[in-house]
Design a protein around this ligand. Structure first.
Ligand SMILES: NC(=O)c1ccc[n+]([C@@H]2O[C@H](COP(=O)([O-])OP(=O)(O)OC[C@H]3O[C@@H](n4cnc5c(N)ncnc54)[C@H](OP(=O)(O)O)[C@@H]3O)[C@@H](O)[C@H]2O)c1
Length: 322
């Protein structure tokens, strides 16, 4: 455990420490042989994940990082050597507003700049509009982050963009297998079965990439890093899931219309359902990362989990008993 309160150790401000990416950043920093002070924020300091962080020595501040809290956001970043910044458009933030996401990302970059940090690690995503040469322009929760990336690069503060691939845990949420016949489950998505998708066990491994940036001899200013463990097609994912669980899981490529109808029926706002549909289409036709995205390989301090590793350590009863 290397989370300390000693002011000789650098302060890392981690946005979203109670969540998936930020929680992984705290985990990776705590595994380092270097010592850090860590500060994070939550809208609810009484939640169990906030209490656990506090008990592990993290400074947990009750604060909503929104544009109407500008002064408090600036104060919250004071003293930081490095910041990890993310925005949460549609996860536990649930505001579904890309314009708000961009504004909040830019506010945090302004706050980090005012604090005089040595580097900003930003959880960005690629532009599907650029990758597809203008064919897929509706992936709003990606484009909102692309605007923050541009703002950060123009800020003059050392700035690296980390672009996460698909979460392995999506197989328990948006990609969840549904029972289609006795003893048969199907994953149904609007993408070709053989199209490679970048995957990462975010909870376990995302923070290793952030730690790598913070501990680099020279901060990787202006770089974009591809954050994934492996590229794997949907048909290979369900095959390995079947092998690990002993359940028959198949992959169905469905139409855009069927996908959007299913997502909206499940309560997703239509603009997000369209965004996900275009995202799958764009990955299938154009891939995910641009050529300049740096792939780090085996220099992360420990091995990252493959999809096979992930499915083997998960308990899947809740998925297959449903
Ligand atoms: N799912 C995927 O495959 C995938 C892939 C790549 C990128 N992403 C991106 O990942 C991002 C979500 O990150 P995540 O998975 O780590 O989300 P998460 O697990 O839902 O956690 C969100 C974190 O943000 C904090 N937060 C949200 N709104 C806040 C606010 N107003 N003020 C202060 N803190 C706030 C939450 O804190 P409290 O709840 O404690 O307040 C929580 O710690 C999204 O932008 C998504 O686009 C997802």
């Amino acid at each position: 455990m290397t989370i300390v309160k000693d002011t000789n150790s650098p302060l890392v401000v981690v946005v979203g420490g109670t969540g998936t990416q930020g929680g992984s950043v705290v985990l990776a920093l705590s595994e380092s042989d270097k010592s850090y002070r860590i500060r994070t924020f939550t809208r609810n300091t009484a939640k169990p994940s906030a209490i656990v962080l506090s008990e592990r020595g993290v400074q947990v501040v009750g604060l909503s990082l929104t544009a109407n809290n500008k002064e408090a956001v600036f104060a919250a970043f004071e003293g930081a050597a490095y910041v990890f910044v993310l925005t949460a458009t549609f996860s536990s933030g649930k505001h579904f507003d890309p314009g708000r996401e961009t504004a909040e990302g830019e506010l945090m970059i302004d706050a980090a700049k005012a604090a005089g940090v040595k580097g900003i690690v930003w959880s960005g995503l690629p532009s599907m509009a650029s990758l597809s040469h203008g064919k897929y322009t509706q992936v709003c929760h990606f484009e909102s982050k692309v605007r923050v990336s541009e703002y950060g690069r123009a800020s003059g503060v050392p700035f690296v963009v980390l672009q996460a691939g698909g979460y392995a845990s999506n197989m328990r949420t948006i990609m969840r297998p549904r029972k289609v016949a006795p003893d048969v489950w199907a994953v149904s998505l609007p993408i070709a079965p053989s199209a490679p998708i970048p995957l990462i066990d975010v909870h376990h491994d995302y923070g290793l990439f952030v730690r790598r940036a913070i501990e680099a001899t020279v901060f990787p200013d202006r770089q974009t890093w591809a954050v994934f463990a492996e590229m794997l097609s949907s048909e290979d994912q369900v095959r390995q899931l079947s092998e690990a669980t002993g359940k028959k899981v198949v992959f169905n490529q469905i139409t855009s219309a069927a996908f959007v109808a299913g997502m909206t029926a499940a309560g997703m706002p239509v603009h997000l359902a369209v965004a996900f549909d275009e995202l799958f289409a764009a990955i299938g036709e154009f891939g995910y990362y641009t050529e300049d995205a740096v792939q780090l390989g085996n220099c992360l301090g420990r091995r990252v989990r493959t999809w096979r590793d992930y499915v083997q350590v998960q308990v899947w009863d809740d998925v297959f008993d449903a």
